[in-house]
Ligand binder design. Structure first.
Ligand SMILES: [Zn+2]
Length: 322
């Protein structure tokens, strides 16, 4: 039996991914659930259900569970304070889940754990200072400073997606009262909105035909059409990429990371998204910092799940050596 087996759970705005992971960060089983249109009680039931499914599938014991949740977190109390894109508010998440699962539970913001695993084993390996953005339904942010996750005073910090890049821009989404946040103009949701606008203005194009047929344009389809060369889909990705580059130039000016990592569902677009971001970034960042690389997450859409597993493995090491 390999030592230190955990489950990592990444709770996203549209789906949750759970993985049974050993101490070498090898994934043995995965479980998925939809997270859209669930209330808080249903979300917790789904989380427990996904963890139970993995525990039943494994022939070894699970020592702990790590959760990456798109939420502001009070680390000391283990409370989920508020989420922008999920119905989670003022919840004693760590206590509730550890009681229901009967094993130790560790929680952190989903983008913080993604940044941690990319810094330790992934695209930012070897760098001590890293900024990561995870782009999905919203935009999550993670910052590693001198090799450690930076979380602010209580653990609720580094909401990089709610950095304003356009003071009079569109209203931000969900529970954020601000306008023109990076999340409002460069998330997967913003990309879909942009692609649908382009489709309506260009009837007869592949993008417009798909919109008419489905009534909406799913993110992965936009990416697929863009890879196939559809001009409208490429334009939507470029639009989002440029706004991303504006945000990244501020983040690099502020944190001076050695590398910026981009992850989340939208990263399937690869350079179709990243090249416009790099171009905009180089034009705006303070010139001595213009050489900082902007790279895709190594672990792609699994960065959050693996990061949550990493959080649980770290927690167990601290627990046994304390
Ligand atoms: Zn916002």
């Amino acid at each position: 039996m390999p030592p230190g087996n955990v489950i990592g759970v990444d709770l996203g705005g549209t789906k949750l991914l759970a993985g049974a992971v050993d101490s070498g960060l090898v994934v043995h089983h995965r479980a998925w659930r939809a997270s859209r249109e669930r209330d808080q009680a249903e979300l917790l039931d789904d989380l427990v259900d996904a963890v139970d499914e993995l525990r039943a599938a494994m022939d070894w014991n699970v020592d702990a569970v790590g959760f990456g949740i798109p939420c502001l977190i009070d680390q000391e109390q283990g409370r989920a304070l508020m989420a922008v894109n999920l119905p989670i508010a003022d919840l004693a998440f760590r206590d509730v889940m550890s009681e229901r699962l009967g094993i130790p539970v560790y929680i952190d913001n989903d983008a913080n754990v993604a940044a941690l695993v990319e810094q330790r084993f992934g695209a930012a390996q070897g760098a001590e200072n890293v900024v990561m953005l995870t782009i999905g339904t919203g935009i999550g942010g993670g910052v590693v400073v001198n090799g450690e996750s930076y979380r602010g005073g209580s653990g609720a910090g580094v909401e990089l997606g709610h950095m304003v890049i356009d003071m009079d821009g569109p209203r931000c989404q969900g529970n954020c009262p601000n306008r023109g946040c990076l999340e409002a103009v460069a998330s997967g949701t913003a990309m879909i909105r942009e692609a649908e606008r382009i489709a309506r203005e260009n009837p007869g194009t592949p993008l417009a035909i798909e919109l008419e047929r489905r009534g909406t344009l799913p993110g992965p389809l936009i990416t697929e059409l863009a890879h196939d060369g559809d001009a409208g889909a490429r334009q939507a990705l470029e639009h989002v990429g440029r706004r991303l580059g504006v945000g990244i130039s501020s983040l690099v000016n502020i944190f001076e990371p050695e590398v910026v990592v981009i992850g989340g569902g939208v990263i399937g677009a690869g350079d179709l998204l990243l090249e416009p971001a790099r171009e905009e970034f180089r034009a705006r960042v303070l010139p001595v910092l213009a050489d900082r690389p902007i790279v895709p997450a190594r672990f792609g859409e699994e960065a959050g799940m693996l990061g949550a597993a990493c959080l649980a493995l770290d927690g167990q090491v601290r627990r046994t050596t304390a």
